[in-house]
Design a protein around this ligand. Structure first.
Ligand code: CU
Length: 112
């Protein structure tokens, strides 16, 4: 788990909110489920629609910055993503809580 940094100067959000990525084994060319959890004061945060989805996930491959962009099913932060090759990918998750859009970064290793 890591504390997410708010886009603006939102000290309250930084203090009380956490976001985590469930440990995932990702293999190249296979669909992987990436599941995030956002909590405020220890309870699930109320996610708001942002650009028509509860979340937006972009993954950038280390080295050549090849990327993919996926959306979750329905009201969850569960994303199905297929990483094309092995390597380290930097994930950027965007979501909206209390009218503010947040971006959180994670690293996902993809191993054959
Ligand atoms: Cu999107």
């Amino acid at each position: 788990m890591s504390v997410f940094a708010a886009n603006g100067a939102n000290a309250r959000a930084r203090r009380e909110s956490r976001i985590g990525l469930a440990e995932t084994t990702a293999r190249p060319g296979e669909e992987s489920q990436l599941e995030f959890a956002v909590t405020r004061d220890g309870r699930p945060a109320q996610l708001q629609d942002y650009l028509g989805a509860k979340g937006h996930l972009v993954a950038l491959r280390q080295g050549d910055l090849a990327y993919l962009h996926v959306h979750p099913d329905a009201d969850s932060l569960k994303f199905m993503a297929t990483f094309p090759t092995a390597g380290a990918y930097r994930l950027f998750l965007q979501f909206k809580v209390d009218g503010s859009v947040h971006t959180a970064a994670f690293t996902q290793e993809v191993s054959p």
